[in-house]
Design a protein around this ligand. Structure first.
Ligand code: C2E
Ligand code: CA
Ligand code: CA
Ligand code: CA
Length: 286
């Protein structure tokens, strides 16, 4: 605070202060928010680039805060990680999402449309929590969903320099048939050769690559980079998903470059579970 005329306690940056107050308020409200049922999940379709069919969805958590309205995960996931709430919250998201996958399957009359797969984000704190494998196994058993319908997304940065202890639970899950995706791929500095060591089966190419495909044709250097990543991924038997696809031109470029699956506003924004089911139905019945 600096002295300025009559306003002796004028703050240097009132906006930063307001943000700090909100952050504090959110942190205090977080633990009860789970008990009060203030979190909900939106689902965004994952679309096969070759034929345009809906293959599954990514679960994205939101917080319906009684005063602030709907908060995006960027506002509260870091706080939940800091306070440790991310472990029960993450477990809740996993259970809800897997249950939802089961409901879609039942609504489809078994696997008539082909099983819709469910992608769930894992925080690094959940990776180091000893209950991860057990919780996941129990949730799959309780819901009667097979492991191959589940994909857990872990960010590239969470696995950079990961030692064997950190990778062990992911290996166990991968052996059971759960897919592991490397999220935000290309934003970290992971050694590409290191990919072989990781129990991943999907690369999720970060949105920044998709953004560089805005122009048609895109910058030749950007094209070469994506082409190289896709070739490397495929040579290691990894599928490539691209995120942040906002235009048809981007989808087309990325399809030509050999990417397998896409996600983005061009197809659908994240939405309620019924919406996802409608999209999958429309897609299957033509
Ligand atoms: P993410 O895993 O990279 O998720 C993709 C984000 O991109 C989502 O933001 C999604 O709404 C947004 N998105 C999708 N399509 C487009 C597009 O075409 N254009 C643009 N500009 N954005 C698009 P959202 O839902 O705000 O989630 C932000 C991040 O929060 C996620 O990034 C993820 O890291 C984290 N998150 C979300 N749900 C969970 C969760 O249940 N657990 C954990 N640990 N993290 C979560
Ligand atoms: Ca993700
Ligand atoms: Ca991502
Ligand atoms: Ca991201």
């Amino acid at each position: 605070a600096k002295a300025a005329g009559g306003n002796r306690f004028e703050l240097a940056d009132p906006e930063a202060d307001a943000r700090a107050i909100t952050r504090h308020g959110l942190t205090t409200a977080l633990p009860t928010a789970l008990d009060r049922g203030e979190f909900f999940i939106e689902y965004q379709p994952l679309v096969h680039l070759g034929d345009g069919s809906v293959r599954g969805a990514e679960a994205l958590v939101r917080w319906l805060h009684p005063q602030h309205g709907v908060l995006s995960p960027d506002r509260f996931i870091p706080l939940a990680e800091h306070t440790g709430l991310i472990v029960p919250l993450g477990r809740w998201v996993l259970e809800q999402s897997v249950r939802q996958a089961r409901e879609w399957r039942d609504a489809n009359g078994g696997d008539a449309l082909g099983p819709l797969r469910i992608n769930v984000n894992l925080s690094p704190c959940q990776l180091t929590h000893p209950g991860l494998v057990q919780d996941t196994v129990e949730i799959l058993e309780r819901t009667g969903v097979t492991p191959d319908a589940l994909c857990l997304e872990v960010t590239e940065s969470a696995l950079i320099g990961a030692d064997d202890d950190l990778l062990k639970p992911l290996r166990r899950l991968a052996e059971m048939g759960v897919d592991i995706a490397l999220d935000d791929f290309g934003t970290g500095y992971s050694n590409l050769a290191n990919l072989r060591r990781l129990p991943v089966s999907v690369l999720k190419l970060d949105r920044s690559f998709t953004q560089s495909m805005q122009q048609f044709p895109a910058d030749p250097v950007d094209l070469k980079i994506v082409e190289g990543i896709v070739a490397l991924a495929h040579s290691l038997d990894l599928a490539v998903t691209v995120e942040g696809v906002e235009t048809g031109a981007q989808a087309e470029q990325l399809r030509i470059l050999g990417c397998d699956t896409a996600q983005g506003w061009y197809y659908a924004r994240p939405g309620p579970p019924d919406r996802l089911h409608e999209l999958a139905l429309v897609d299957a019945t033509g």
